[in-house]
Design a binder for this molecule. Structure first.
Ligand code: IMP
Length: 211
């Protein structure tokens, strides 16, 4: 019998993206998995100093708690002129509960006076698959995605979330907040990592059915 896959996120948009990518696979949210096994699952503390470390930690903890294979992602923005900051602190750059607007304001202030040619940055995403009580054991499968861009001096566009209105994607001359959901969904760092994990995930789940 096939086991469901849990996506260790409470972000409904990410769940929709993963389900679209994996038709025919039962993908549960953390809360759905918790409900199924009659428990509560607390937020995993993201205290690793790399995206990979955080993604693996989240995937392992959720897999351990549910007994199912679990996929987790971690992502953020690396700015060259800031030596890679905000990096793993992207969500809480301006403080624990600061939010997107405060994060963007802080980023603009940090880059004040930095000329266009030195405002290069990239979004990174790491996806990790863990199945602590299954054949993977302590092993994990990870994939990466990167989107390169340049940070503007003012916000442009109303779509997306996070740093999207400041992140110009040079090949299209638009910020991530100006691109439609479909276009961003095709070329983003997360889309790349998801496309890369798809065949590995399908092979792993298929292999279990054959055992
Ligand atoms: P998480 O991986 O969902 O925890 O995202 C970490 C943080 O990185 C988010 O809160 C955003 O600030 C930033 N981030 C990650 N991906 C994106 C994106 O696609 N657009 C804009 N900001 C992003």
């Amino acid at each position: 019998m096939s086991r469901p896959l849990v996506f260790a996120t409470r972000n409904p948009g990410k769940l929709v993206e993963l389900r679209q990518l994996l038709p025919g696979i039962e993908v549960l949210s953390v809360d759905e998995a918790a409900h199924l096994i009659g428990t509560r699952i607390a937020e995993v503390i993201e205290d690793a100093d790399t995206f990979e470390g955080n993604a693996i930690k989240k995937a392992r903890e959720v897999s351990e708690l549910t007994g199912f294979p679990a996929l987790a992602d971690d992502s953020g923005l690396e700015v060259d002129a800031l030596d890679g900051a905000p990096g793993v602190y992207s969500a809480r750059y301006a403080g624990e509960h600061a939010g997107d607007a405060a994060n963007n304001t802080k980023l603009l202030a940090a880059l004040a006076g930095v000329p266009a040619e030195r405002r290069t940055a990239r979004f990174r995403c790491v996806l990790a698959l863990a199945d602590v009580r299954g054949p993977l054991g302590r092993e994990t499968i990870t994939t990466h995605g990167v989107a390169e861009g340049v940070l503007l001096e003012e916000l442009r566009g109303t779509g997306g979330f996070g740093y999207d209105p400041l992140f110009l994607f040079p090949a299209l001359g638009q910020t991530f907040a100006e691109l439609g959901v479909g276009t961003k969904g095709d070329l983003s760092h997360r889309a790349q990592a998801m496309r890369a994990i798809r065949p590995k995930l399908l092979a792993y789940l298929q292999q279990q059915l054959e055992v």
